[in-house]
Write a protein that binds this ligand. Structure first.
Ligand code: 0OW
Length: 326
């Protein structure tokens, strides 16, 4: 194949495979069988091996992980990554609501989100391209784990619009991947991970990105560090904007207009929690209006406009896998 036709074929395959990957990993709507995806990926790998200059940064072949790093570099978060205050019962949620209303008046809407039990990450994009990913660390200093995050299939390498922004989210390991990983670790007589959060953190702390690539990690994005001049006025609009850019957001979120509706949403998830394909350790409740968020401000470590309702720690349930193996 001459360069011209190789270039066209590579471009077509990259676009096709990136679309298939978006449908499968971001929309959870696979459009072709895995075997067909793998066949097309092998075809692209062969062309890129023959013509390395065609191996662009956003090529789907770059998801499998590059060379092993010698260390992780420290990075500074220009906008601190805050943590969350906790509420452990309905009364504490009502206290939160009272404080919010004292601050901004009675016309308040909240967004309720599942609190994904993973690892908080920051993703920076320039002109639509993923350029840096980092752990939260202590909120101001994190670690650059770009090469590991790049292997997460649902993380867009190139956005649908050439915008520059920083987004925040939670990287996690789905329950199915966790059980399979521990099964194979037990077979290899390696220490199993205690829970999906530790497994996700352990996978993202690997210096060899091929290990992260093999761990079937996923990510939900839940915030924009600075909405700048986008004209976005609320958190819920911000989440819709992230979806339009090609990010994976959690579809269980709900905007409500009273703390009673928040309490109803929270109680609904207490029993639905085991049915989810990923671990959650609570519900995050956020004031929707960005102006009201700014008015309420933050303490040194957490916002006054958000709170995490924490579920009672789940009694240690012996997973099906443990029963099978013992
Ligand atoms: N784990 C989550 O699903 C989650 C979420 N859905 N939304 C937020 O919003 C916070 C972030 C800063 C101010 C509000 N935080 C989350 O997790 C936080 C990140 C750092 C500590 C908590 O895990």
């Amino acid at each position: 194949m001459d360069f011209q036709s190789a270039e066209k074929k590579a471009k077509d395959l990259q676009n096709l495979l990136n679309q298939y990957s978006y449908d499968y990993h971001v929309l959870d709507q696979p459009t072709i069988p895995d075997a067909e995806y793998d066949r097309l990926l092998r075809e692209l790998l062969e062309i890129e091996e023959q013509f390395p200059e065609l191996q662009t940064a956003d090529s789907p072949t770059q998801r499998v992980g590059g060379e092993t790093l010698s260390m992780f570099h420290k990075v500074q978060h220009t906008i601190p990554m805050l943590s969350l205050g906790n509420a452990f019962d309905d009364q504490e949620l009502r206290d939160f609501d009272r404080r919010v209303r004292q601050g901004v008046g009675d016309n308040v809407s909240y967004v309720c989100e599942l609190k994904i039990d993973g690892l908080a990450v920051s993703l920076i994009y320039e002109d639509g391209m993923f350029v840096r990913g980092a752990t939260r660390g202590d909120g101001t200093t994190g670690e650059d784990i770009t090469s590991n995050l790049r292997t997460i299939r649902s993380l867009p390498i190139r956005l649908k619009k050439p915008v520059s922004l920083e987004v925040r989210g939670e990287a996690f390991m789905p329950k199915k991947s966790f059980i399979a990983l521990n099964k194979s670790r037990k077979e290899r007589e390696e220490e199993p991970f205690a829970n999906p959060r530790n497994a996700a953190a352990g996978s993202l702390r690997q210096l060899d990105p091929k290990i992260a690539a093999s761990r079937n990690l996923d990510v939900f994005l839940y915030g924009i560090a600075d909405v700048g001049d986008t004209g976005i006025r609320s958190h819920s609009e911000g989440l819709d904007y992230l979806e339009q850019l090609g990010f994976k957001t959690n579809k269980e979120r709900r905007k409500v207009d009273s703390i009673e509706a928040v309490i109803e949403y929270v109680n609904g998830w207490v029993e639905k929690r085991p049915d989810l394909p990923y671990d959650i350790d609570g519900i995050v409740i956020k004031v929707d209006s960005l102006d009201q968020q700014a008015e309420l401000g933050t303490t040194a470590k957490s916002p006054r406009w958000a709170i995490a309702y924490k579920f009672p720690a789940e009694e240690v349930v012996t997973t099906l896998m443990d029963i099978e193996l013992n």
